[in-house]
Design a binder for this molecule. Structure first.
Ligand code: SOE
Length: 395
């Protein structure tokens, strides 16, 4: 278990949107939660020394590297945090785990099932040596969704019959938004499907405790050509200055699919970046034999609960404001009614990972959980490429 004294040195690869969110989490975790190990922002890695140095200064990192392999040779780095595009995940995670470094890898785990399988194998080898790994499906750590999982596990909605999930964004509706890395298959693996569809697949499987066994899907690319960005590495949702020329979009803009769970529940999924006006609307609803749960990320402190066992005269969806000390994670923050935000989920993720490492315990979601999502994404792509034909999902 590669930790130095009471600290856990972090080496982070990438410093854009997720890098900023993870940096905030590593800085904040020990200030609100009692931790057995103190995360230290040891080294930030980026290809441009100047840009990485500016980001390190802004985000509080102690040093800079321009080659991720250098992180693996540093004794003051015990954990590698991968916040770079999907085509880098497998190489970095496998090398880091084999070098005895714990790994946190952003979602989706990989760009292909083969890469994900190799990462799962490396994680298993590493776990035998007490080296831990986690994939960053951070929405599991929204208190309202962690409460939803608890209610489902306690049977409060009975047998799950339906899962209805959508993740709606609109940041590329403008056809002049540049061709950033998230719109190029070789970097991102897929478009809305892997970027935001991965979240709703993981949440559907996490909340139900069940796995999808097959899907039928459609995908579409509405805008097939875009201006090249000034910086090819640009990935930001807020875009970057357009450069010279135009390029082809090689990923989906939207994906819709049906699914069936092993336990018999039916599911519908929608992941799109063309839901004009919807900025970050992850919506998921579970309908069960005794009740229902519904959540919208744009109201992330609230969980809608329908208790079907209530008297018909008074039954109805009610809003649970998930800010009580008894609710997951809330006790470390503010008094009831003082709300949390998107960034808190990353702090909760860091807290749970540090606690798992110190307890010599396998974190969740594991790389195996990440592979289970990758198998669904792959089946969706196969179905969409074959006229929506039903695609079984097997390990
Ligand atoms: C862009 O769609 C994005 O930043 C995703 O990559 C994140 O996973 C999601 O949390 C917010 O939107």
């Amino acid at each position: 278990m590669p930790v130095v004294g009471g600290t856990l040195g972090i080496g982070m690869v990438g410093y854009a949107f997720m890098g900023a969110a993870h940096s905030h989490a590593w800085r904040t975790a020990g200030r609100f939660f009692e931790l057995p190990l103190a995360p230290e922002l040891a080294a930030l890695c980026g290809r441009s020394a100047a840009e990485a140095a500016a980001a390190a200064d802004r985000m509080g990192w102690r040093s800079v590297e321009t080659d991720w392999k250098a992180l693996l040779a540093r004794d003051d780095v015990g954990l590698v945090d991968i916040c770079s595009p999907g085509d880098t995940h497998a190489d970095i995670a496998i090398a880091a785990l084999d070098a005895g470094k714990h790994v946190l890898c952003e979602k989706p785990l990989a760009n292909t099932v083969d890469e994900a399988r190799a990462m799962v194998a490396a994680a298993a080898r590493a776990a035998d040596r007490g080296v831990r790994s986690m994939v960053g499906f951070s929405y599991r750590r929204v208190p309202a969704l962690a409460l939803a999982r608890r209610l489902v596990q306690h049977g409060r909605i009975g047998e799950v019959r339906h899962v209805r999930a959508a993740y709606l964004q609109d940041w590329i509706v403008d056809p002049e938004f540049p061709l950033v890395w998230r719109l190029r298959r070789e970097a991102a693996g897929s478009g809305a499907l892997g970027d935001i569809g991965a979240h709703i697949v993981d949440l559907a499987q996490y909340l139900t405790g069940d796995l999808l066994t097959g899907v039928s899907a459609l995908t579409e690319t509405f805008v097939r050509e875009r201006p090249l960005p000034a910086s090819v590495a640009a990935g930001g949702l807020s875009g970057s200055a357009p450069g010279a020329g135009r390029g082809t979009v090689t990923v989906d803009d939207a994906a819709l699919w049906l699914g069936r769970f092993a336990g018999g529940a039916l599911a519908t999924f929608e992941a799109t970046r063309f839901a004009t006006g919807r900025k970050n609307a992850l919506r998921i609803e579970l309908n069960g034999s005794r009740g229902s749960l519904a959540f919208d990320l744009e109201s992330l402190n609230e969980l809608q609960f329908y208790d079907g066992t209530e008297d018909a005269d008074t039954a109805g969806f009610r809003r649970i404001l998930v800010t009580e000390p008894s609710h997951p994670y809330i006790g470390a923050w503010w008094p009831p009614g003082h709300l949390l935000g998107y960034e808190h989920t990353f702090t909760h993720q860091a807290v749970d990972l540090v606690n798992d490492i110190a307890a010599d315990r396998d974190p969740v979601p594991s790389f195996a959980d990440g592979l289970r999502v990758q198998l669904v994404l792959d089946a969706v792509q196969r179905s969409a490429a074959n006229s929506g034909s039903w695609q079984p999902i097997t390990d």
